[in-house]
Ligand binder design. Structure first.
Ligand code: F6R
Length: 624
């Protein structure tokens, strides 16, 4: 996730852009940059590694005169480490076309190869730079025969070159382009990444979200996938990717600035909960078909021979990432891959007992968690290969690990991890299917069926989040409770642990997650009249047993909130039901966790807790 901003009008462009970037820093903040143009067809471009204030210092020392339009970017690295060279805007060979982009260009390697063959020179490791060269190439094609680009009608030519360029891009993008020869227009297009246009009086804006320009205008056009906007000082025109002009209705935004930054949500946590359909899609994108073993080689640099040589899998992680890894143990084992999962902080002694062909799977959203990094070092010292699953490009764990799989969920700001958890789970399904296929544990047909199921998950996640109002209402009668129990069996046991962790960390109440079958061995003694017990009871091999465990709790006065699907809901007796879409139990953790996240959120909200910054906690835990 990155943030883009654009401005065209009479104000000091660089100042408007910097202000917009500050508002969008929550979308990524490892580097940033801006490019402005003036009526003398001159572009000025400045970039900085680090936060917007570093760029502001550079801009302050520079002489920007007569600027009329500009685009800017704050980056959350996906391709290429955070550095000034990889910071946007990116340029074509002549430095005349500048581009900012949020998203991932999936076919950038193919495009780059073609452009390299045509003599283009690349200066960064990013996927974005291909867009600048592609527009340059399309401009050249449109002017074939002429030595230079036709000066008499640059705007239509520029539009056509841009339209042709975005039409061949695959993946997700909100992209904006400036050309030195046409300072009076900014072109922008959207496909699967957010983009909104702000319409002012003799000035216009574009951004990844309205917070970037809300101070100046509340009149907005929300761009849809496959649309192009042409911004001029005097107005904005919209086209589809076929070049046909379209009419768009504007809307008026009534959010205040802090609401706008959170996309209208009250807290980042809630925003991130709602971003999960997109997160899962981002983790899956370009990685599921065909299942051939090539994916692991392409993504991880891990050959089929290396995979075949691996013995078991050892997961190490902390907190929510550990719960994802613990669910991973069940996932991998369903595919015949023997797996252990350990808390990174408890790994010390065990590291020396690892068999050398065990693949260590280190999971960390931030990639900076000290306990996990230490455990990775121990595993390396023991001679084991380490595969990191992380959300953060260029983070420490990626430098320690032998292989890295990115979750591509975008920055997670809320301290309580939600969308990163789903991304980690999704990454493990991808790994499990591919490993199992390469090792011959599953047939091609079985792999294909799993992938088909996975591809449905984003839609089901969306549907499950539709439970929000029911969960909100339900929590009203529980907000005063100080003790909660979460129970589940099998692959959903880690989800019970995660449900308990979520409510503990943001609501400051006591909660326990238990394997339901273990209740009778002791914990059932704590159940008394009115105790809330959240039970995951979805269809599948574990249903009959968990029904019995729910009955045992009910008999002792527990108030059961059951997470069910339509069929299992008919069989389970509970005080309250939260119904999720039916899926194979194997994939159900991707859905069952969602009502638990929402439950924790609304309990915390009702208790007036500081949800995004809970007491005693930090987003990145860099001490052991
Ligand atoms: C809980 C939470 C923490 C983290 C843990 C590991 O909501 O966010 O438990 O999961 O500190 O952090 P990462 O994944 O960055 O290693």
């Amino acid at each position: 996730m990155c943030g883009i901003v654009g401005y065209i009008g009479d104000r000091k462009t660089e100042e408007i852009l910097l202000e917009g970037l500050r508002r969008l820093e929550y979308r990524g903040y490892d580097s940033c940059g801006l490019a402005v143009s003036n009526l003398k067809n001159k572009l000025q471009l400045k970039r900085a590694k680090g936060r917007v204030e570093a760029l502001a210092d550079i801009v302050a020392a520079e002489n920007f005169k007569g600027t009329v339009s500009g685009i800017a970017h704050t980056r959350w690295a996906t391709h290429g480490v955070p550095s000034e060279d990889n910071a946007h805007p990116h340029t074509d060979c002549q430095g005349e076309i500048v581009v900012v982009h949020n998203g991932i260009i999936e076919n950038y390697l193919e495009l780059k190869d073609e452009l390299l063959k045509k003599g283009h020179l690349f200066k960064s490791d990013t996927d974005t730079e291909v867009i600048a060269h592609l527009v340059e190439e399309k401009l050249k094609t449109l002017n074939k025969g002429a030595n230079s680009i036709r000066a008499e009608m640059p705007e239509p030519v520029f539009f056509e070159a841009f339209r042709r360029a975005v039409s061949v891009l695959k993946g997700s993008f909100a992209v904006s382009v400036l050309w030195a020869k046409t300072p009076g227009i900014i072109l922008s297009a959207r496909m699967y990444s957010p983009l909104v246009i702000g319409a002012g009086e003799k000035e216009n804006f574009l951004a990844s979200d309205v917070s970037a320009f809300l101070k100046f205008t509340k009149k907005v056009f929300f761009m849809k996938d496959g649309e192009i906007a042409v911004l001029r000082k005097s107005g904005v025109d919209f086209f589809d990717f076929g070049g046909k002009k379209i009419q768009k209705e504007n809307s008026t935004v009534n959010w205040d600035l802090s609401m706008a930054e959170k996309g209208g949500y009250k807290h980042f946590m809630l925003k991130e909960i709602h971003e999960q359909p997109q997160s899962v899609e981002n983790t899956l994108r370009g990685r599921v078909l065909p299942v051939s073993g090539e994916l692991l080689e392409k993504e991880l640099g891990m050959t089929a021979a290396e995979i075949k040589k691996t013995g078991g899998i050892q997961v190490i992680a902390c907190g929510t990432a550990f719960h994802a890894g613990f669910a991973g143990k069940y996932i991998f084992e369903k595919f015949g891959l023997r797996t252990e999962a350990d808390l990174a902080s408890e790994f010390d002694e065990r590291s020396r007992l690892l068999e050398k062909n065990t693949l260590v799977l280190a999971i960390s959203q931030s990639g900076e968690t000290a306990d996990t990094l230490y455990a990775v070092k121990l595993a390396k010292k023991n001679g084991n290969k380490v595969l990191a699953i992380t959300n953060t490009l260029g983070s420490s764990i990626t430098r320690e690990a032998d292989y890295t799989l990115y979750t591509h969920c975008g920055p997670e700001i809320g301290v309580a991890s939600t969308k990163a958890f789903l991304g980690q789970l999704t990454a493990m399904y991808i790994l499990a299917v591919n490993f199992a296929f390469v090792k011959g544990n599953i047939s091609e047909e079985k792999a294909r069926l799993c992938v088909e199921e996975l591809l449905k998950i984003p839609r089901w996640v969306e549907e499950t989040l539709g439970l929000e109002r029911d969960v909100e209402k339900l929590t009203l009668s529980f907000s005063g409770k100080e003790h909660y129990l979460f129970i589940a069996r099998g692959i959903n046991y880690p989800i019970a642990l995660e449900g308990a962790l979520k409510i503990k960390e943001i609501s400051y109440v006591h909660a326990e997650g238990y394997a339901a079958g273990e209740m009778k061995h002791g914990p059932i003694a704590i159940i008394e009249n009115g105790m809330p017990v959240l039970a995951v009871a979805v269809s599948g091999p574990n249903l009959d047993l968990i029904r019995g465990n729910i009955e045992e709790a009910r008999a002792r006065g527990a108030e059961i909130i059951a997470i069910v699907d339509r069929e299992s809901g008919k069989k389970v007796k509970a005080a309250h039901y939260l119904e999720i879409p039916a899926t194979d139990e194997l994939f159900s953790p991707l859905l069952t966790v969602l009502p638990l996240q929402l439950f924790a959120y609304y309990i915390a909200l009702n208790r007036n807790c500081d949800i995004d910054k809970p007491r005693n906690l930090a987003k990145s835990v860099t001490v052991r």
